[in-house]
Design a protein around this ligand. Sequence first.
Ligand code: OOB
Length: 552
Amino acid sequence: MSFDGFVPWPADLAHAYRAAGVWPGRTMGSYLWEWAESRGERVAVVDGATRLTYRDLAVRADALAVRLGERGLSRGDTVLVQLPNTWEFVVVTAALLRLGVVPTMMLPPHRDHELTAIGAHVGAKALVVPDSWRGFDHQELAFRVASALPGPASVLVVGDSVVPEAVDVRALLDPAGDVAGRRAWLDAHGPSPSDIAVFLLSGGTTGVPKVISRTHDDYLFNITHSARACAFDADTVYLAVLPAGHNFPLASPGIFGALHAGGRVVFSSSPRPEPVFAAIEAERVTATSAVPAVVLKWVDAAASVKPDLSSLRYVHVGGSMLAPDIAERMARALGCRLQQVYGMAEGLICYTPPDAPDELAFGTQGPPVSPFDELLVVDEDGRPVPPGGEGELLTRGPGTPRGYYGVPEQNKLSFTEDGWFRTGDLVRITPEGYAVVCGRVKDLINRGGEKISAGEVETLIQELPEVAEVAAVPSPDPVYGERVCVFVRFHGGCSLSLAEIARFLTERGLAAFKIPERLEVLTAFPHTAVGKADKKALKVRLAEIDALPRAA
Ligand code: OOB
């Protein structure tokens, strides 16, 4: 494998995980044909009028894999995948897994800034994009990014209007041809279980891209243990609502959890209540997952629309803070069990059990999905807090990699010497061993589950000649939980409006969800002892401003 920046697990631990069976010692792609053979013509994926059986999925994934191989992609390469929630997302991902080409999971709102930085960091050999999505030309974006990357990269496009210079993905996944021959070739040339299966993005990617390499072994652990924690089985009909490239809908347990359990995946093109309710009714969806801000919209809409949600048994809610009373209101309004999830692309997944008593179901985020996951809560000096005390959560386990990809200096900060990952989250652990998220110490903004690195926004704004000093902080918001607020000190005689700052960031190619929605101008900044902007003081300042009586 050609990924030099990969941080492996200590060999003795890897051996122990395999011996205990928590790592299956198989690749993700190796299941495709097993499923196709045991599940015959059962439907695996539904996207509008398109229905793919497990066999369709295996045949098309292999066809695409072999043809991508013929076009020069091979085991140990990586490609940026920026696809919306469509059936092609599953076929493309499965094809790459079969071939041992690592999909780097980008999100549809990402633009030049994110795609170029991540693409350069992982050494992407291609980009897979839709022709256009929500009125935006992703094909054009992909060509721009490809030309900005250090090495050659091809552009693969899913859609009806693929330009001649791009590769038409739909043509490549056509099932015609030698099915058995392709299968045999891929079985012989595929990756090994300890290879990287996917690259995920960390919430809060700064100037230094934080990319998480997940091996087949550890991602299968993530999938199977989350699926078990959510009681997924062959009757599961899972609705994928959040962007499929995010770890939560992708594999926690999400799309791959449902497929692994023999269930069915239904795609929703949007998280809005109308298409979600329509899909639940039409496909008799049993489980779905979303961030609190999205579920709250369903709750509000359900009161007036009165959809038939009788098939829905579980909603998994996580990704950002959820107050117990709101959790309870969600469960009652949707008439199903609510399972809270505290998870991260870096590995750890906690789920409240499906049958947890109300107090734990609504008031906690549950225990880790496996007893092999270790939790340690420490104070500011890194010392363990007494049982039940609040502090920063450190974690280790078979699903939590030992370092970000290719950033050794960053890894010294994010991981302890004995392999604990510093989550940056403040938690306490209940006597039952359930996690309760209380806050965070990391410098990011959680806008309805979308993680925004304060540093990334600040670095770009600092480029503006008018700006002397800038600090991005979360501004409390009733819908999203938080939105990005920037405090700015301008150079003497200069000023900019929020709209001007937003325009600059958009032109620099920053994803729209990261653009500040609030500006507070200061003539003097509070500083910490080491001369950095004092964010604690700025958050207090924001609360004071919000407490002021508003002008009519
Ligand atoms: C999920 O993954 P990421 O990588 O986008 O974000 C992880 C971070 C956590 O470190 C924490 O700060 C926050 O998101 N978070 C929560 C939370 N779940 C995640 N904060 C408060 N309450 C929760 N329940 O967000 C993710 C990945 C897999 C499954 C679910 C969520």
